[in-house]
Design a binder for this molecule. Structure first.
Ligand code: GTP
Length: 586
């Protein structure tokens, strides 16, 4: 496998093709404007604990990657370096090797033990040389195409220990080359100044990956409860994206595969492609976009093929050759996800707003990182970690969108899909609650059981589809006539129940009569009638909701027996329904 395929530059490389020329042009304009004189030597006084070396560095681009340190140690080579002039050392994407040099002098009277830190590590090759009056004192060759053991201090960042004697002046040369963006962030630290900062960063990383783990666990649990595929896809997305972030941040390299850099690049591509795959499945499932738009469905299918092709190619093709296809796939996926969000918004999907907000925040963070990567923004805490910060907010907002999905699922489980009324299990909950409330408040609860007459005949004559439309019409007519305190449910088949709290007997019978007429008028093309049985806790102290229902059902039975298309109120003298036991008195 080529060395190039072992690199671990981020896939945002991806956006870089078109930015590279622009970034390099801007950089060189800036550099040309800066003074050509050598930058000042960094002075390391006795109290200095931290020293940013960027203002003291000069840069030399080596487009052919031909230069060696010995070429640069020649006196005439000094003129080829251009001072950074206090600008950021972000060189974007290029095939060049970038040489930087600077000098630091210990102006104190004590030797200083220091750590030189390069905090941007996604570089294929990073060579550092310490030179004293033309003599090379120390050389390190590391980078993310080389095993972890090439790092003098095993840490995510490149950390190099060095000692400067009193009055000594050290020249620092470094060479950076990468298929991804090249950023140099060189600074010197006294160990006591560095350690607390590293501790805080480790804590932040722990929080980031801890939140991935927690999110994955919560999503897995939720999936266990709701069994909705959106949660399964989201879980896979969180795991793959978390794995990708672990490689991107150097955590996987440090803790999982320290001596196998060939895995880093391939792992990064595979994890990213899997994350995109599950993201698309999740977005479609969450916003129920499948089948909504033919072109979105086709684009989804084509993208899946491209994602898997690229993933399977990654172990065999150099990363350099994959950068452009990855760029295109990431860009199209982002476009697709936003398009799915907008189509969800148009279809009035409640979760779509949060979904789109999550992506806007995430893309904002990625944009900050990319603009920094191509050298248009300085390397700061916000631009470096914009990606991670955007990710956290994205996951929080997507979880809210999933919460809305749970609410929808709950709602669906209580609603009858044909008529949109409460379903039988929701009725069971409602009647328990209403019965208990009426009992404790000393008010009445009325119950109407409504059954469409000879409905079998409607089905047999016109077919089930027409029968369904008739049932929808009946439900709609009930909904329109109900007073605010009443709730209608579909009990099953062509039978409906209406709970009517706080309503006396005559008003209950009047309402039942209104509903009977409404049903009769609900379907002019296919005339239907309904029989209604009425019972109320006002007439009898029923022991439980089942007693109330049995009474109303007996009244319905009486209505059917006596000719249908009528309302009958329950009383003790009514003949018993053969299928129901006697109503139980307290
Ligand atoms: N179209 C349609 N038909 C349904 C649905 N649920 C139940 N049915 C039909 O409703 C009919 C009920 O028939 P029966 O129980 O014999 O009652 P009926 O014909 O209304 O007669 P009576 O109640 O005695 O007036 C059956 O043909 C069921 O197939 C449904 O969701 N859609």
């Amino acid at each position: 496998m080529s060395a190039a395929c072992c690199r671990t530059a981020p896939p945002e490389t991806l956006y870089a093709g078109f930015c590279r020329t622009l970034a390099t042009g801007v950089l060189w304009l800036v550099l040309a404007a800066a003074a050509v004189a050598a930058p000042p030597v960094a002075q390391l006084g006795p109290g200095v604990q931290e020293l940013d070396l960027l203002p003291h560095l000069s840069v030399l681009e080596d487009p052919g990657q031909e230069l060696q340190l010995r070429d640069l140690l020649k006196p005439e080579a000094a003129r080829r370096f251009v001072p950074l002039g206090g600008r950021t050392a972000s060189f974007g994407y290029s095939r060049s090797a970038w040489w930087l040099r600077g000098s630091v002098t210990n102006t104190g009277d004590q030797p200083r033990d220091l750590v030189l830190r390069q905090s941007y590590v996604l570089l294929d090759y990073f060579d550092l040389y310490l030179v004293d009056q033309g003599r090379v004192l120390q050389r390190w060759t590391t980078g993310d195409t080389l095993p972890y053991s090439t790092r003098p201090i095993p840490h995510r960042d490149y950390l190099f220990p060095l000692t400067i004697a009193p009055g000594q002046s050290l020249d620092i040369y470094l060479r950076a080359r990468s298929e991804g963006p090249v950023n140099v962030t060189l600074a010197l630290y006294a160990p006591e100044a560095l350690v607390p900062g590293l501790g805080a960063e480790q804590l932040a990383m722990g929080a980031l990956f801890g939140s991935f783990v927690l999110l994955a666990m919560c999503t897995a649990l939720l999936y266990g409860f709701v069994r909705d595929e959106a949660f399964a896809y989201y879980l896979c997305y969180v795991l793959c994206y978390g794995g990708y972030m672990a490689v991107f941040n150097g955590i996987a390299q440090q803790h999982l595969w320290p001596e196998t850099p060939s895995l880093w690049g391939v792992g990064q591509v595979v994890l990213l492609m899997l994350a995109l795959h599950f993201l698309l499945l999740f977005s479609r499932s969450l916003l129920r976009a499948k089948g909504r738009s033919r072109w979105l469905d086709r684009a989804f299918g084509a993208l899946q093929v491209a994602i898997f092709t690229l993933m399977l190619a990654s172990p065999f093709v150099s990363y350099g050759s994959l950068v452009k296809p990855i760029t295109v796939i990431v860009a199209i996926t982002v476009f697709m996800v936003v398009a799915i969000g907008i189509s969800g918004l148009r279809a009035r999907q409640a979760a779509a707003g949060y979904f789109l907000l999550a992506w806007s925040v995430f893309l904002g963070g990625v944009l900050l990182y990319l603009v920094k990567s191509v050298g248009l923004l300085p390397h700061t805490w916000l631009t470096q970690y914009g990606f991670q910060i955007g990710t956290i907010f994205e996951f929080v907002l997507l979880s809210v969108a999933l919460g809305i999905r749970v609410k929808e699922i709950r709602q669906q489980s209580r609603t009858d899909s044909l008529t949109g009324l409460a379903n039988r299990s929701r009725y069971d909950e409602l009647v328990e609650h209403a019965f208990a409330q009426a009992a404790s408040a000393g008010t009445t609860l009325g119950l109407l059981v409504i059954d469409v007459d000879h409905f079998k005949h409607v089905n047999d004559t016109h077919g089930h589809a027409v029968g369904d439309r008739v049932l929808e019409g009946v439900a709609e007519s009930l909904r329109r006539q109900l007073p605010p305190q009443a709730v209608a449910s579909r009990y099953g088949g062509e039978e409906f129940v209406v709970l009517v709290p706080r309503t006396d007997g005559p008003a209950l019978m009047t309402l039942a009569e209104q509903l009977r007429r409404a049903v009769a008028a609900s379907s002019p093309a296919i005339p239907v009638t309904a029989s209604i049985g009425v019972a109320s806790t006002e007439d009898h102290a029923f022991a439980d909701p089942r007693g109330l229902f049995r009474a109303a059902d007996e009244a319905l039975y009486a209505a059917k027996r006596t000719g249908r298309d009528r309302v009958v109120g329950w009383n003790d003298d009514l003949p018993r329904h053969p299928a129901t036991p006697v109503a139980v008195a307290p």
